[in-house]
Design a protein around this ligand. Structure first.
Ligand code: HEM
Length: 429
């Protein structure tokens, strides 16, 4: 079953306002495998663990990425790792994979600790009593880490330009994708998008030219790896932009929600403070095993506010998903939001309880990073980064809400509407 065409017309304002809540409403009312009748493309909304496993893992080859979501993204990233599929995806994934292994992560750890110190310094620089705009601050912190990951080099000049242009371009694309009038694409915004994409191309060309002047042999150097594998400049550009899109706003969103939730749950915050206070010195890579509760807090925030609030696929062949026939061409929308808040799967799902993730137990219905062959390549990087940014900040500082909880905007990622002001204050002693 699923909503009727009339239901869908009536739902347009709700879809525009809060699409993540609309999807949860659909699965709550029509079941975790719900068909939506749209005129051209059949749509399946999925929040059923076995169904999600079928689409993302077991029968992953029968699903592609030519969806509204990824086609929109591809106007900015081109057919990079996130939006592309097929043989080109397979080859590129193999090329860049080494950069995400151990050695690279150690580097990320060091940069994450520095980024956490910088956040602390920014908090100290505010006038007493003035809240910190945490979404902006974590965004800047994440940028520093992404910059180093991209080129094992200082991109302090180019990376902010790239991120800004990518952010503006994505905003245009998301607004268009959210438009209730299919195909509506006013000419002024088309021209603006073209300008932003040209700006992105310029910055990438400069990064590539800089890189070509150096002969660095370093497995952590993504750009170097891609050039060495014979990828052309266009392909390298697409992957660079993809890493900015995939790795920047997601981490900022997740750090922001983790801090927001901790600020409102004093018991959890106290446990985090106790854990980081027990470290001998400034946190680092070797301390990760000593921070299980902080890690669980990050996991739990990713459950409640999965930055990737939908994961979409296009059926390349007929399939049957959790007993429901899925004709070729179907748009499958995995609602991570609904899956992560389903009362049949989680006890007291709206509560922030890091304890849920304290054990080694694997949860098949927890997919903030996707699953199967298209699992997020940056998962370990993101987790190392977040735990160490937070450990480094919360060693010396604490957080306190600066107002009631903010409503959630579901854009490229989940964001607190209007940002997140938070009191970030130095701990006594
Ligand atoms: C893929 C989430 C951080 C790079 C994905 C997917 C999800 C995801 C759900 C799968 C999409 C799908 O199956 O359609 C997240 C979240 C992050 C995060 C929640 C942070 C909390 C990062 C970082 C990077 C990154 C830091 C890179 C530096 C990518 C790439 C893909 C991807 C390249 C495509 C992988 C492929 O299909 O081969 N991410 N991500 N992500 N992510 Fe992440």
């Amino acid at each position: 079953g699923g909503p009727s065409p009339l239901d869908m017309v009536r739902a347009v304002p709700r879809i525009m306002r809060a699409p993540h809540l609309f999807l949860a409403e659909v699965t709550a009312r029509h079941g975790a495998v719900a068909a939506i009748p749209l005129p051209r493309t059949p749509v399946l909304v999925l929040a059923d663990p076995a169904g999600v496993r079928r689409v993302l893992v077991e029968n992953a080859r029968a699903y592609g990425k030519a969806t509204i979501q990824y086609n929109a993204l591809a106007t900015v990233t081109g057919p990079g790792l996130l939006a592309g599929d097929g043989q080109r995806w397979r080859t590129h994934r193999r090329v860049v994979q080494p950069a995400f292994h151990h050695a690279g992560l150690r580097d990320v750890a060091a940069h994450a600790v520095q980024a956490g110190r910088r956040l602390a310094a920014e908090a100290d620089a505010l006038t007493p009593g003035q809240p910190m705009e945490v979404l902006d601050a974590t965004s800047r912190a994440g940028l520093e880490v992404v910059g180093h990951t991209l080129a094992a080099a200082d991109l302090s000049r180019d990376a902010p330009l790239l991120v800004d242009a990518v952010g503006r371009a994505l905003e245009l694309v998301v607004r268009r994708a959210a438009s209730p009038v299919p195909g509506a694409w006013p000419t002024p915004s088309r021209a603006r998008l073209a300008r932003e994409v040209a700006a992105i191309d310029d910055v990438c060309a400069r990064i590539l030219a800089d890189r070509a002047r150096r002969t660095l042999e370093d497995p952590r150097d993504l750009v170097g790896l891609m050039l060495a594998a014979g990828m052309d400049h266009r392909q390298v550009r697409d992957e660079l932009v993809t890493f900015v899109v995939a790795g920047h706003e997601t981490v900022a969103s997740s750090l922001t929600w983790t801090l927001d939730l901790l600020s409102r749950e004093r018991t959890a915050l106290a446990r985090v403070h106790a854990e980081v206070a027990a470290l001998d010195a400034e946190p680092g890579w070797d301390d990760l095993p000593r921070l299980p509760y902080l890690r669980a807090a990050v996991d739990e925030a990713l459950r409640l506010y999965p930055p990737a609030w939908v994961i979409t696929r296009q059926a390349l062949a007929d399939d049957v998903v959790a007993g429901v026939a899925v004709p070729v061409g179907t748009l499958v929308i995995v609602s991570t939001w609904a899956l992560h808040r389903d009362p049949a799967l989680w006890e007291d799902p709206a509560a922030f309880r890091p304890e849920r993730f304290a054990g080694p137990e694997r949860r098949e219905h927890y997919v903030p990073f996707g699953a199967g062959p298209r699992l997020c390549i940056g998962r370990d990087l993101a987790l190392v980064e977040e735990v160490l940014v937070l450990a480094s900040l919360l060693r010396t500082h604490t957080v306190r809400p600066a107002g009631p909880p903010r409503p959630v905007d579901a854009l490229v990622t989940l964001r607190p509407r209007g940002g997140l002001p938070l009191h970030v204050e130095r701990l006594p002693g």
